[in-house]
Design a protein around this ligand. Structure first.
Ligand code: NAP
Length: 319
């Protein structure tokens, strides 16, 4: 007979991803008495941690720093016994019983597995790239996907923000307070961002370059400029614009590659689950930005986390 003390721990719930959805699932589940492990590869909070002041999360009359809120969400879940394991998931077997998550550990370190009766998928989304050949090599050398993280390196300099959604507008407005000059390059003639953003961009002195795309990022060791092409007149000659940095804010892509083949994804790669967060696999839940949904906000991610914990508890009680 196997020695009881040697048996691996089987958690009631494993949460993959320590953003607002993941830590809310952990909080609700741990508070309900379930054993919970949260797997997080870098820092708590996900995209929220890279946001400056958050004005639209209720309960903070002067807003709250994204990273501070992330730490509080982690502490709130750990207060009830949820455990954070600082590792990503390298592989998952969501149909196994118990479900198995292989940890992604640095080369040379002993690997490991987390076993759990239920799994909450809260891996969120990553920045979409422009897809230019030079983009990856210049990341951290003038190309950034996080204005709040990297904006300070461009104090008094000229930068280009790419995109036309709320993220691009927020980034351009944020950078206009730090940089000498901010250009917003958008591929169409109108913004996807909320109408109020256009006024804020104008107030910040942001110059919008409509109907243009970045065709090439010019560089030596670091970024020196961009070559722009017109999207409304593709035959027109390209323009060059000198700049010190390029902030890419063209949306996000869900981090679901790990689950492909085990769960259905929609045409954009999001996990298919309704407001109950239940996926097609009983005991497996999709929460936050990784789930197909109409509105991706911190409050909608935390709401998902609560739902996942509720339905996971119900699933476990049914045995
Ligand atoms: P988004 O709303 O999907 O906007 C992405 C923008 O990037 C669009 O303008 C799109 O152009 C452009 N784009 C996409 N691929 C491109 C490419 N390859 N090259 C050039 N441009 C490209 O993404 P988001 O701004 O990250 O926002 C995501 C969600 O979070 C949205 O629901 C947004 O409202 C929300 N959000 C809210 C706030 C806030 O409330 N303050 C802040 C940030 C984000 P097209 O317009 O031509 O499609």
């Amino acid at each position: 007979m196997p020695n009881e003390a040697m048996s691996p721990t089987v958690y009631d719930m494993a949460v993959i991803g320590g953003g607002p959805g993941g830590y809310t699932a952990a909080l609700y589940a741990a508070r309900a008495g379930l054993t919970v492990a949260v797997l997080e590869k870098t820092a708590p909070g996900g995209q929220m941690a890279a946001t400056g002041v958050i004005d639209n999360y209720p309960g903070f009359d002067e807003g709250v720093e994204g990273f501070a809120l992330a730490q509080r969400m982690q502490a709130g879940a750990e207060r009830f016994g949820a455990k954070t394991i600082w590792a990503g998931a390298a592989a998952v077997d969501l149909a196994a019983s118990p479900r198995r998550i292989t940890l992604d550990v640095p080369a040379g370190e002993a690997g490991g597995e987390v076993l759990a009766r239920t799994v909450v998928l809260a891996t969120g989304a990553s920045p979409r790239r422009l897809g230019l050949p030079e983009e990856q090599a210049l990341t951290g050398r003038g190309v950034s996907y996080c204005a709040v993280c990297d904006g300070m390196f461009y104090r008094g300099k000229t930068v280009v923000v790419v995109g036309g959604g709320n993220s691009a507008a927020d980034d351009a407005i944020y950078l206009s307070r730090i940089c000498k000059k901010v250009f917003l390059v958008h591929r169409r003639g109108s913004l996807r961002a909320a109408p109020a953003q256009e006024k804020a961009l104008a107030a910040g002195g942001v110059e919008i370059l409509w109907n243009r795309r970045v065709a090439e990022i010019l560089h030596g060791q670091t970024v020196t400029g961009v070559r722009l092409a017109r999207t409304d007149a593709p035959e027109a000659a390209g323009e060059q614009l000198a700049c010190d940095g390029v902030f890419v804010a063209v949306g996000r892509v869900p981090d679901t590659a790990l689950f492909a083949g085990q769960l259905a994804l929609d045409e954009q790669g999001y996990l298919i689950a309704d407001e109950t967060t239940r996926t097609a696999l009983p005991g497996v839940y999709a929460v936050g930005d990784v789930r197909q949904k109409p509105l991706r906000q911190i409050v909608t991610a935390t709401a998902d986390g609560a739902a996942a914990a509720y339905f996971a508890g119900e699933y476990l009680r049914q045995g």
